[in-house]
Design a protein around this ligand. Sequence first.
Ligand SMILES: [Zn+2]
Length: 170
Amino acid sequence: MPRAQEELLDAVRLALESAVVERRYPLAGFTRLADRLAAAAGEARVSLAFRNAGGVPTGELRLRADVVLNCRRCLGPLRRILESSSLLAFVASEEAPVPEDHEVIAGDPERVDLAALVEDELLLTLPSFTAHRADEECVAAAKGAAGGGSEPRVPERRRPFAGLKDLLKN
Ligand SMILES: [Zn+2]
């Protein structure tokens, strides 16, 4: 699987220009993230609005991605939208002073790897437990309701990707 295309941004210059960088990344390019998804389909939409905060290059990173996860109960696919917004400060060292409420991104501020930042942020945004909600179709819940407790509890082979094709069509 190809990595998301690396692109090093000069945060110092972009902050002075108050530039807004917008990108779309296919989720399949994020290998660490793809391991946690039921399907590495779709893309992440990203905008990073740079600002110069008293000499410190900062940026507001907003991202949104439609992902397919596995339900922990029925193992079937379920869609979730990952969204996040964070304030970042691009500085050379962890100890550098940054504006309040900003997350330190330590490294060369003239060479910021946006794709890596986005993947880290998406991983942080992933819910730790995923299961179908009451208003969604969960195979496990449906079976519990229909069975009425009379059926013997036999472990079954599940087909976790059975409904996936239909989901991805939308
Ligand atoms: Zn389910």
